[in-house]
Design a protein around this ligand. Sequence first.
Ligand SMILES: O=C(O)C(=O)CO
Length: 333
Amino acid sequence: MKNQALDGPKQRMKVFVTRRLPPEGQKLLSKSDLDVQQWDSDDVIPKEELLKGIEGADGLLCLLTDTIDKEVVDAAGPKLKVISTLSVGFDHLALDEIKQRGIKVGSMQHLSTDVTAELAVTLLLTTCRRVPEAMEEVRNGGWKTWSPMWLCGYGLSDSTVGVMGLGRIGLGIAQRLKPFGVKRFLYTGIPPCLKSVEELKAELVSTEKLAEESDFVLVSCPLTPETAGLCNKDFFQRMKKTAVFINTSRGPVVNQEDLYQALVTGQIAAAGLDVTTPEPIPTDHPLLTLKNCVILPHIGSATHGARNAMSVLAVNNLLKGLAGEVMPGGIEL
Ligand SMILES: O=C(O)C(=O)CO
């Protein structure tokens, strides 16, 4: 039998959680034997609270709204072993600093692929068929009669769709769009499954060609130094005047001033954004004055099922990582 007096009581590992979690993840966390300290709020944690809270932590569970930079990992100190993020994207994590310290990182992997692809399709259809504008006309008395060219948009049948970043989500988008009668798929990026690409007869092209030949451009690439600002003046000038642009990845992939100019001058037909820079986009932002721009508040993965499942995976990543086991959503650094 172990001598408790000599060994001392087993110290519980400390984890810091930067937000209230969806119920299923919260329940799992509460059953663990970790010393859980949490920012018990639905609001973003202020940086100074994060710096205080993470001190001496073995693990961190964070959100995409938390910037985990050198200052934060320094404040944590040498015990920090695992960072689990409740997101697919990890552009908010200073990966170099994290890697240098041998900290393991877990994210969502495939978990929110379907719902995010579904939202991208929703946003595309909403934007290309001018749904918010049409609803507004019903409310404000603009609906006078059925009229041949009133509120005409663009349909997907026989179109060319360009997916920038044919990863898991990009592929999910293309697969969902195929039954709408899309004639041709173009893509950039590295597909997760070549067989699916063959089934779609999707063509790997340059970013320029994708811009020039697509009727609908959907951005689903991660934010990296290479993709930041990729959709800029030159990109929009290459697009067709009848083309529709959709971004469900990260705001900074798009130069918003250039997008505004492209929309206001009729360089492109319309845009739908689920992500902006910054988030939230200020309510007086020029893009919000445009009828041909539909903006959603970053709800790509916002279904009850997905968010609960994401929170369970985020907690499991934390538990497994701290136990020295393989994290189900571990990422290669
Ligand atoms: O999981 C992510 O990275 C998101 O952007 C949530 O929709």
